[in-house]
Design a protein around this ligand. Structure first.
Ligand code: BTN
Length: 245
């Protein structure tokens, strides 16, 4: 069972880094979870920082080492974990969507971010550090287009209970990975993908354009229909025009 061992820290640079250090010392088993009240160097995607008020939100990392995934299938982990987060939110009555590749939004505002760091051995993934930051009780995000469980529901939530509920979903969807049922995870991901099959505004290096997201490749590239043709985008190559307003 994933999450059998949970280590709770008050303060750490980054829960993902904490796992990386345990790995370096060979002191971590599959499914170990690290939680923290506060990160001094929380890491976001693409080198960004992840800011989170102390003890108000979920700061969660889990180590996964038994997925038997090959490097070409690494996007399956993104699908698995984002679907698990969306399902956990659904259990408390919140309708969330996934903004490609793995931001979780409610009412166009970001409630959770995911950072997956893989260790590769040849062409296979020998281990993955999966970090999730999810806004729970924080109500002030300054300029950021962000939201939290409290802002969406008006209620205060126990971070610990949310973690247990998330671990239930993670264990549930993990079976699909263990059984190599990647197609099911992809379908579940597409069901929740924001703007799928809807005409919308985007921006790439050549400027603004209108297109329709048609899906994702096995390697995670975004499939975008433009002028009747499918073109592929990698993470840094495209922006969504529609703001999370
Ligand atoms: C993003 O940019 O959206 C990804 C944010 C990921 C934040 C989480 S919080 C727990 C884990 N530890 C980190 O340093 N980052 C991730």
């Amino acid at each position: 069972m994933l999450g059998r061992k949970i280590i709770k820290l008050e303060r750490v640079d980054s829960t993902n880094n904490y796992i990386a250090n345990l790995l370096y010392d060979d002191k971590i088993e599959n499914g170990t979870v690290i939680l923290a009240d506060e990160q001094t160097n929380g890491k976001g995607q693409r080198g960004a920082v992840w800011l989170s008020k102390p003890a108000e939100n979920m700061i969660f990392s889990i180590y996964l080492s038994s997925a038997n995934l090959s490097v070409k299938d690494q996007f399956v982990l993104t699908q698995f974990i984002s679907v698990s987060v969306v399902k956990t939110l659904k259990k408390i009555g919140l309708k969330a969507v996934i903004k490609w590749p793995n931001d979780v939004l409610i009412n166009h505002k970001k409630i959770a971010g995911i950072l997956i760091e893989n260790q590769l051995t040849g062409s296979s993934i020998s281990g993955s550090i999966v970090g999730i930051g999810l806004n729970v009780n924080q109500i002030d995000f300054g300029e950021l287009q962000a939201t939290s469980l409290k802002l969406e529901t008006g209620n205060h939530f126990s971070i610990q209970e949310f973690v247990f509920s998330l671990l239930n979903e993670i264990n549930f969807y993990w079976k699909y990975i263990e059984n190599f049922e990647y197609k099911t995870l992809k379908d579940l991901y597409l069901e929740k993908l924001w703007l799928l099959n809807q005409r919308a505004g985007f921006k790439d290096e050549n400027g603004d354009f209108e297109g329709i997201i048609r899906g994702v490749e096995e390697n995670g590239l975004l499939q975008m229909e433009r002028n009747g043709e499918i073109v592929f985008y990698d993470l840094k190559e495209i922006r969504f025009q529609q703001k999370y307003h």
